[in-house]
Design a protein around this ligand. Structure first.
Ligand SMILES: [Zn+2]
Length: 225
């Protein structure tokens, strides 16, 4: 895969934003590449209907959701109890509160849709087993068993833990539209999704490390204790 092409289609405008450039970066936007999502992309993350997705069959007052990390051999290796109830209860804070809670980079990426540099971010090369949660509210978003090396320089996943945890909207920052991803609970910006990922989904969730908090499997609490 052509690294340069993916690079430019992923987050060029936002990188410029992070480094201090403004809307004028649109004029320097790269040509549309093969990873550009099609007009049909917005439906890829549409919430599944209750009748077809067993996960939505849970009662709305379900007291506990358990995220399971499964090894390549299929063995369950870790679980992370998380008191999540559905529908998700939104986490809403003021801009000043987010700024106080997050580092400068986390704040700019998660709350103002900047993008961190490729290859120079915390989790691009992270190969440990565990869960990637939202840096702002802690909602589990991705697991290591769905992470892969896309060569783009950003953590890439071919599937999220639960589609109810990821929100989408069209991003018009470049001369072509992209599908932006954000935390469904606190609206923190995560990255974008493209249709050049591996099977079985064919999707590439291109995510900023700064929007994630990695929870190693070995450090996760034992649900039996
Ligand atoms: Zn969140």
């Amino acid at each position: 895969m052509d690294r340069k092409t993916i690079w430019s289609t992923c987050c060029t405008a936002a990188i410029l934003a992070l480094t201090g450039c403004n809307g004028g970066s649109d004029a320097a936007a790269p040509a549309v590449g093969p990873s550009t999502p099609t007009a049909a992309a917005p439906s890829l993350h549409a919430a599944p209907t209750p009748s077809t997705d067993p996960r939505t069959a849970e009662p709305s007052a379900a007291p506990l959701a358990t995220v399971v990390v499964v090894s390549s051999t299929g063995d369950q290796e870790a679980t992370m109890p998380d008191p999540i109830t559905y529908p998700l209860q939104k986490v809403v804070k003021s801009d000043a509160e987010w700024r106080a809670q997050l580092t400068e980079t986390q704040y700019r990426v998660a709350r103002h849709e900047a993008t961190e540099p490729p290859f120079d971010n915390e989790y691009n090369n992270n190969k440990r087993r565990g869960i990637y949660a939202c840096i702002a509210c802690g909602l589990p978003l991705y697991s290591s068993d769905k992470k892969y090396d896309s060569g783009t320089g950003w953590p890439s996943f071919w599937q999220e833990i639960d589609p109810r945890h990821i929100g989408t909207r069209k991003d018009w920052k470049l001369i072509y539209t992209r599908i932006e991803l954000h935390c469904a609970r606190c609206e923190s910006h995560l990255g974008h999704v493209f249709e050049d990922g591996p099977e079985p989904t064919g999707l590439r969730h291109c995510i900023n490390s700064a929007s994630l908090k990695f929870i190693p499997a070995d450090d996760q609490p034992d649900p039996k204790t």
